[in-house]
Design a binder for this molecule. Structure first.
Ligand code: MG
Ligand code: MG
Length: 250
């Protein structure tokens, strides 16, 4: 299919999907605390998505069994919600997608549960900073490697591991469209064009780069079992940088 540029109408639908994803995250921020289960987070997200005339994009995607990915501490991404109870000092990455009239919004955020360590606080701050460094480069005429490089530089300046096997992607009527967006330079020669819609999603580790997949065939964890953070927005390429779609209207 190649990389598509979206029409104004398609972008309108994606902005609505993105708004609903942002609503879910606003609620996650409020309810994540010691004592809640990741299943409760999942069920809350499902209800918000349905109440806003969207469908949960992840549910059933390649067989994924839930509305959110709930990835705690050393879990990087694709964790299953469960009866696991969050405890003080955990960090949890919630990744969620909503589909509105066939168009997708996709966004992930890492949250502190109660009081967390300074090193986890910094990991979260820098991973969010890496996301916004990438987004600042998401503009017409830039090379896609400018986005990847900005993320890589932010991570390496802080000696964090960069998850190599997963990354950002085009988004539209499918959750995963071309191009794949590496979180490090790969000598990409793709030039960004106004109208492309892309999810940027750095996953950074307190330890090394390496990850492995658990026997459930979904949950990705760091090989050294050190914590990992994940921040993601879906955005529109413009002449001046990213127009973030997965946020609440100002
Ligand atoms: Mg996502
Ligand atoms: Mg994504």
């Amino acid at each position: 299919m190649g990389i598509t540029k979206k029409s104004g109408y398609e972008i309108k639908l994606m902005r609505e999907a993105g708004r609903v994803v942002a609503l879910v995250h606003a609620e996650m921020k409020k309810i994540i605390k010691p004592g809640v289960t990741t299943q409760y987070l999942n069920d809350t997200a499902y209800q918000i998505i349905k109440d806003n005339k969207c469908d949960p994009t992840f549910l059933g995607y390649n067989g994924f069994p839930a509305t959110i990915c709930a990835s705690v501490n050393e879990q990087v991404v694709h964790g299953f919600p469960s009866d696991r109870v969050l405890k003080d000092g955990d960090i949890i990455s919630v990744d969620v997608g909503a589909t509105y009239r066939g168009y997708v919004g996709d966004s992930a955020w890492t949250y502190a549960v109660g009081e967390i360590s300074d090193e986890c606080k910094k990991l979260m701050e820098i991973t969010e900073k890496a996301l916004f460094a990438g987004l600042a480069n998401l503009k017409d005429g830039n090379n896609l490697d400018d986005v990847s490089g900005a993320i890589e530089d932010t991570a390496l300046a802080n000696n964090y591991g960069i998850v190599r096997q997963y990354g950002g992607h085009g988004v539209g009527s499918k959750m995963h469209e071309e191009p794949f967006v590496y979180n490090y330079r790969v000598n990409n020669n793709l030039i960004l064009k106004r109208g492309m819609t892309i999810a940027i999603e750095p996953m950074l580790n307190l330890g090394g780069d390496d990850v492995e997949v658990l026997e459930d065939e979904w949950t990705v964890i760091t090989k050294d079992r050190r914590p990992s953070a994940h921040f993601e927005h879906t955005a529109l390429v413009t002449d001046t940088g990213a127009d973030i779609l997965t946020k609440l209207p100002d």
